[in-house]
Write a protein that binds this ligand. Structure first.
Ligand code: SF4
Length: 222
């Protein structure tokens, strides 16, 4: 059985032989030319499937190990960081850019956060969700940091996750403007950077261990 190849963004598949790769597509917004390159690459390297993922990526599934360097060269896109101990995704919805329900600029803030943190190394996997309104289409309450837009500004939550031991995030701030919300995300990321002992322990469990009040104090100090 082969293993994941982190530096090539290659995820071993069930057959133990072939790989899936997923180029980085911030927010799932993709230009036509990029989309075409992904389709062309999937065809050229005989992919077994293409998959639209929950992380707003397009996975190309069933690629041979020897084809990985060439397919990445053809794609000319960066790795989507779907694996590894890092900020795996900044998922964001169309917000006030396209959605009639939007209350805050999820695309603008999401893109900035993506640029700052996507792939940033941390003690455990870490996800960020940005939703333009309280309908929460980017599922911010089950992300390590979640932003929800309201008419009064951003509500920020921390410590959410899905997975085997799901946890809803704790609300840590409300009524923030764009810059304040991004600053708060930075505080949470810096806090978690300092939790070297939390190897593969997700942020929500860290908050449960130290207590929400202590966590908030650490954020205020950070
Ligand atoms: S969370 Fe709100 S703004 Fe974003 S896509 Fe859903 S309904 Fe629209």
């Amino acid at each position: 059985m082969k293993a994941d190849i982190l530096e090539k963004g290659a995820i071993i598949q069930r057959d133990g032989e072939k790989y899936a790769i997923a180029p980085h597509i911030p927010g799932g917004f993709i230009e036509v030319a990029q989309f075409r390159r992904i389709v062309d690459a999937a065809e050229k390297y005989n992919a077994e499937a293409m998959k639209l993922t929950s992380g707003q990526r397009i996975a190309i599934v069933g690629i041979r190990e020897e084809d990985l360097p060439a397919i990445w060269a053809d794609l000319d896109m960066s790795i989507g960081h779907a694996i590894g101990l890092c900020v795996r995704m900044v998922k964001f919805c169309p917000g006030t850019t396209f959605c009639r329900h939007g209350k805050q600029d999820a695309v603008g803030v999401g893109l900035k956060l993506d640029k700052l943190y996507h792939g940033h190394g941390l003690p455990a996997k870490f996800k960020i969700g940005v939703a333009g309104c309280e309908y929460s289409c980017a599922a911010p309450m089950v992300k390590e940091v979640g932003l929800r837009g309201t008419p009064e500004g951003w509500t920020v939550s921390a410590g959410g996750n899905g997975g085997a031991r799901p946890r809803l995030g704790d609300i840590i701030a409300e009524g923030l403007d764009d810059q304040q919300a991004m600053d708060m995300v930075g505080r949470v990321v810096r806090f978690f950077e300092g939790c070297g002992w939390a190897n593969k322990v997700r942020l929500g469990r860290v908050i449960d261990k130290i207590g929400l009040d202590e966590f908030k104090k650490a954020l205020a100090a950070g």
